[in-house]
Design a protein around this ligand. Structure first.
Ligand SMILES: Cc1ncc(COP(=O)(O)O)c(C=O)c1O
Length: 392
């Protein structure tokens, strides 16, 4: 059977590979603890579940959710209220918001709606593994922009060659950042807007961790004057409300890009189940306190992991965002080698930095989306089995 040539460019999706490895070990009776994947194990807020149950009873909601192609206006209005309350950002629900089946879907429809075959597209390295495949799928070429520890894992615009900047048509990036946990600053985002404006680059600012910050203010790309002229922000209910399985998010900002995403979506899927959109409204309107509760849980888990890493020889400043800890690899190991070593010694799975791009090498990522009891067990195993590690 012929399959498309474009698929030959796509490496196996990191988390599928990790899941297969975990399942294979479990099948052999190994008690594996995964700190590899960013998928909250804690439940969705009850108010959201109740709203889904209530609205799923209404046959009106069993039909295609296509009456309003950009997502229900009621959902888009809730997004408007949320952005105003949480970020002091004004959005027009009729022109500047489209509902998504998660921000990952938005990354893909951004490519379909904005990028042409043959285009050059900037993408941070390390970067979320979902970006490059979307760029390849539309026949464009990703150009890696390094994010280095010495620059607080923020790209340096001055280091992007000017011919590349001129040629590029789009830029994918995300802060609070997966995988590094780095957060953006206002001056950085102002520079991003200027850079995009002067080089005519459309920005896909993927922001599903916007709420997951520790000791710094929440920040939206749309907080920056001129941001709506150059790009969109993708956001999602997955991470703040433990709703990864529900598949609901939003693209907000530049009306032309929002319309392009909506057009691509209208010809691909039939939108988000109405009952899930109603449940999404409940999350956005009623669950601010839930976010604070989850942040306190993550803060506790962060402290535990940081304390253990320090006991084992790590000295590093923990990142300020996301529920990941991005830590340097001990001396004598590549990132996959260290992950393998940890797996063999402790049956603990973490993600190798190299899986996020060549500039991710030298780091590993710990995810905090695991029950406290299991996290404690993983850390006990690490303290018992690992030698004191050395770092260059
Ligand atoms: C940077 C980034 N973007 C997008 C996603 C996908 O999120 P969603 O569940 O909203 O599709 C993830 C999930 O891990 C992510 O880390």
């Amino acid at each position: 059977m012929q399959t498309a040539e474009r698929l030959t460019k796509i490496p196996p999706y990191l988390f599928m590979t990790l899941r297969n490895k975990i399942n294979a070990a479990k099948a052999q009776g190994v008690d594996v603890i995964s700190l590899a994947i960013g998928d909250p194990v804690d439940p969705t807020p009850q108010a959201v579940i109740d709203e889904l149950c209530r609205t799923a009873q209404d046959p009106e909601n069993h039909r295609y959710p296509t009456d309003e192609e950009w997502g229900m206006l009621a959902f888009r209005k809730a997004v408007t209220r949320w952005y105003k309350r949480r970020y002091d950002v004004d959005l027009d629900p009729k022109k500047e918001i489209v509902a998504l089946i998660g921000s990952k879907e938005g990354c893909h429809h951004f490519a379909l709606g904005v990028i042409n075959p043959g285009d050059l597209v900037l993408v941070t390295d390390p970067g979320y593994p979902g970006y490059k495949p979307s760029i390849w799928f539309v026949g464009a070429t990703p150009y890696p922009v390094p994010m280095k520890a010495e620059n607080a894992f923020l790209p340096k615009f001055a280091d992007i060659p000017s011919d590349i900047a001129k040629k590029a048509t789009a830029f994918y990036l995300n802060y609070p950042n997966n995988p590094t946990g780095a957060v953006a600053t206002r001056p950085f985002l102002q520079e991003l807007v200027e850079f995009a404006k002067s080089n005519d680059i459309a920005v896909c600012y993927d922001n599903p961790y916007s709420e997951v910050v520790f000791g710094v203010d929440r920040l939206s790309f749309l907080n920056i004057s001129g941001a709506k002229d150059v790009g969109v922000e993708l956001n999602s209910l997955s991470k703040p409300y433990n709703m990864t399985g529900w598949r609901i998010g939003m693209a907000c900002g530049n009306p032309d890009i929002v319309k392009a995403i909506a057009t691509s979506k209208a010809n691909t899927d039939s939108g988000v189940f109405n009952a899930i959109q109603y449940a999404g409204i409940a999350a956005l309107d009623q669950c601010d306190a839930f976010i604070e509760k989850m942040l306190a849980i993550y803060a506790g888990r962060r402290e535990k992991v940081i304390r253990t890493l320090r006991e084992l020889g790590w000295t590093y400043e923990p990142p300020k965002g996301t529920f990941y800890l991005w830590a340097p690899v001990p001396k004598g190991y590549t990132s996959p080698e260290f992950c393998e070593f940890l797996f063999e010694k402790c049956a603990v799975v973490i993600a190798p930095g190299s899986a996020y791009g060549q500039h991710g090498e030298g780091f590993v990522r710990f995810s905090l989306t695991v029950e406290d009891k299991r996290l404690d067990e993983a850390l006990d195993r690490m303290r018992a089995a690992l030698p004191r590690l050395e770092f260059s």
